[in-house]
Design a protein around this ligand. Structure first.
Ligand SMILES: Nc1nc2c(ncn2[C@@H]2O[C@H](COP(=O)(O)OP(=O)(O)OP(=O)(O)O)[C@@H](O)[C@H]2O)c(=O)[nH]1
Ligand SMILES: [Mg+2]
Length: 364
């Protein structure tokens, strides 16, 4: 048994963080208010008694359940698509269906999913009055497309005391997809907006310029940063940041064709045991590259996917295909180069609006 202390701005937040990590039945050995820090700010702490084995098992079970839910939903959608009735749309809805089908295909949505969406929309417009066919079709399309994208925000890190391990979030993915930029956006959000102690680890320090890039961001947000050039130095870097509330780990980009070097990243992450590993997949990549990347990076066991460069995407449907193949939910969208502004919490409806063309890029 180890004692783990949770410190947050409210008692409810501290308790809920403890229960999230250790289960509803966790034994609370202390709960109270405290004053601390240079500004003598008021915070609340909860100390719980936790078995690390139970905690890990619980976390693994939660991730497995999330994956099973995503897989079940995907299987159900695909079954609907393959069982799609040959029910021909009435003349009033035929134009709506044709336009929608063209839009979905132009966005590179996989054929089975196009059929699935059209089938759902057909059913809705068939019941609509003539004057409402367009509006009903649009609303049904939004719902059907939104339902295709599994979304689940990462945990909002809370403040942790010295007894607790920092919440560790790693990013991984192909080269140049926006890993470091995304990490900088998240670091700024948590450091500046939430006031958390954020630490950064550049696990790709051997690459020319990689450490400097992260150090520049770290300087701006006044966060400690450590460089690592391999498994053991990454573990040391993480240990050196154990006082932080949250540590973000940047990893080197790897080609999706280079299974060996992706294996090195998996090995590195295996040693660091991050609480969340976010695979970054860019909207700017082709359907094939995305599918191959999602398959190759399954080796790093991502728990979330960040969809980056949505502003540069010419086919958001290809991203849907890759996400569903991987069975991993989406946490964040990134929509431009600006740090920290161009990042949004993943929202399936907003994604559907983009895919269907109701939101212009940059209007986010
Ligand atoms: N348009 C657009 N550009 C982005 C976005 N995110 C990152 N970029 C740009 O993409 C380029 C690469 O970004 P990085 O964050 O260095 O990518 P990376 O994945 O860390 O690259 P490696 O570490 O070299 O594999 C930079 O020019 C970023 O400004 C985004 O959401 N939209
Ligand atoms: Mg990088």
């Amino acid at each position: 048994m180890t004692r783990v202390r949770y410190i947050a701005d409210s008692m409810a937040e501290a308790l809920s963080a403890a229960r999230r990590n250790h289960g509803m039945g966790v034994r609370v050995v202390h709960a109270g208010a405290r004053r601390g820090g240079a500004f003598s700010t008021l915070s609340f702490e909860v100390v719980v008694e936790a078995s690390s084995r139970v905690t890990q098992a619980r976390r693994a079970a939660r991730e497995a359940l999330a994956r099973a839910v995503v897989a079940a939903r995907i299987a159900a959608d695909e079954a609907t698509a393959s069982a799609a009735a040959a029910s021909a749309p009435g003349p009033a809805s035929a134009a709506v269906i044709a336009r929608l089908g063209a839009r979905l295909r132009s966005q590179s949505l996989p054929d089975a999913l196009v059929e699935h969406v059209l089938e759902r929309v057909r059913g809705e417009v068939a019941r609509a009055d003539l004057a409402e066919v367009d509006a009903v079709g649009r609303a049904a399309a939004l719902n059907a497309v939104a339902a295709l994208l599994p979304v689940s925000a990462g945990v909002d890190p809370v403040r942790r005391g010295v007894a607790g391990r920092p919440w560790v979030v790693a990013v991984a993915g192909p080269t140049g997809v926006g890993k470091t930029t995304t990490l900088a956006k998240l670091a700024a959000e948590w450091r500046v907006a939430r006031g958390l102690k954020v630490g950064l680890v550049a696990a790709d320090a051997f690459r020319v310029g990689a450490f400097e890039q992260l150090r520049t961001y770290a300087r701006i947000i006044d966060a400690p940063v450590r460089a690592a050039d391999g498994r053991s130095s990454a573990v040391d870097a993480l240990a050196a940041l154990s006082e932080c509330d949250v540590v973000l780990v940047d990893t080197p980009g790897r080609s999706h064709r280079d299974g060996g070097r992706i294996g090195e990243i998996a090995d590195l992450l295996g040693a660091l045991r991050p609480d969340e590993t976010h695979l970054v997949l860019p909207g700017s990549a082709s359907t094939r590259t995305l599918a191959e990347s999602a398959a190759a990076f399954a080796a790093v066991r991502p728990s979330r996917i960040v969809l980056s460069k949505l502003d540069e995407s010419e086919g958001l449907g290809a991203l849907v295909g890759a996400v569903r193949t991987s069975g991993v939910p989406v946490s964040w969208f990134t929509t431009g180069q600006e740090v920290p502004d161009d990042i949004e919490r993943a929202d399936a409806r907003r994604f559907a609006e983009r895919l269907l063309g109701t939101v212009e890029d940059g209007a986010a």
